[in-house]
Design a protein around this ligand. Structure first.
Ligand code: COA
Length: 162
């Protein structure tokens, strides 16, 4: 791991840099506007090296009707700038977000990802997408890239929290 990497809560002034990071990986991540990032700034962590933001990660909560304690917490918008990959920064960001959401005591954390090897090393395992129908209805149903979430190559994975 790069020694001088700091993982910290995002600040409002980081929003455009977070936007650029997500935008650069738009083939792999759900696009987010600067406005949406600002509205959710308290849900983002960033990785900082000197004055540079080199990575980000965030979370989102999907409620389950009639079962508030079964809400799904999803880790989203995980990106590390290409020259800084494979130095442990992605791992620090995901673990940082997982620590943050563990305060809510969710049953598990979810990811939908094209990078399953990365999440496997962090203890996530694949689940059938039909187990996250609420996520498919609120997110995937509006996807402009793939007609059907069940044939989309994105993989659903979870890691138990409680
Ligand atoms: C996925 C991503 C966030 C990983 O970030 P990173 O900083 O390189 O990850 P780490 O260095 O913490 O990796 C931890 C471990 O995960 C595994 N890993 C990471 N990237 C991998 C890859 N592309 N293929 C296979 N294994 C991978 C490795 O085992 C790695 O440990 P090692 O380097 O000691 O072998 C980064 O590649 C990225 O930004 N990708 C584009 C966006 C994306 O796909 N985001 C995830 C979608 S939710």
């Amino acid at each position: 791991m790069t020694k001088e990497t700091t993982i910290r809560a995002a600040r409002l002034k980081d929003a455009e840099k977070i936007f650029a990071l997500i935008h650069r990986n738009s083939d792999l991540l759900v696009p987010r506007s600067v406005g949406n990032i600002v509205e959710n700034i308290d849900r983002f962590l960033v990785a900082e090296i000197g004055a540079d933001i080199v990575g980000c990660a965030a979370f989102q909560v999907h409620p389950e009707i009639g079962q508030p304690e079964s809400a799904t917490v999803e880790i989203v918008s995980v990106a590390v700038r290409a020259p800084y990959r494979r130095q442990g920064i992605g791992r620090l960001l995901v673990e940082g977000v997982a620590d943050k959401v563990s305060a809510f005591n969710p049953k598990e954390v979810l990811v939908l990802t094209f990078a399953p090897e990365f999440f496997t090393t962090l203890g996530f395992h694949e689940i059938p997408k039909k187990k996250v129908m609420h996520k498919l209805y609120t997110g995937c149903i509006n996807c402009a890239k793939h007609a059907d979430p069940f044939t989309c190559p994105e993989i659903a994975m979870v890691r138990e929290v409680r």
